[in-house]
Ligand binder design. Structure first.
Ligand SMILES: [Zn+2]
Length: 119
């Protein structure tokens, strides 16, 4: 079961090569930042990723946008003047339901994250 969840070893190797060759993590960061810039206030951005590394990038970009890049200690409150760009709908990514995975096995690795652009 664990092996099945991670996918066939050849699939994983191919995925790692594809990610390295295409610089996908940097492209994903730039693309998502550009999407957030282009989005109108109140607009939604929804991202489905199919790999945990991609989801990590999406989570990180949305977290930075949600905090405005603020890293002030929570006990002090924000003193850096960071302006949040979005609100993230759920702290953790949504997964496909077991029924959906039965109908569409490719959905098994999908993670959905949604954010709304602030005014
Ligand atoms: Zn701050």
């Amino acid at each position: 079961m664990a092996a099945r969840r991670r996918g066939h070893v050849a699939t994983r190797v191919f995925q790692a090569l594809r990610i390295a060759v295409n610089s996908e993590e940097e492209e994903l960061t730039r693309g998502l930042d550009a999407a957030l810039d282009a989005l109108a206030a109140g607009g939604l951005v929804a991202v489905i990723s199919y790999h945990s590394g991609e989801d990590r990038v999406v989570k990180s970009v949305l977290h930075e946008a949600a905090t405005g890049g603020c890293h002030c200690p929570p006990e002090l409150g924000c003193v850096c003047g960071a302006v949040p760009r979005v609100t993230v709908f759920k702290a953790s990514a949504r997964l496909a339901s077991p029924g959906e995975i039965d109908r569409n096995p490719r959905a098994r690795s999908a993670r959905l994250r949604v954010a709304r652009k602030l005014p």
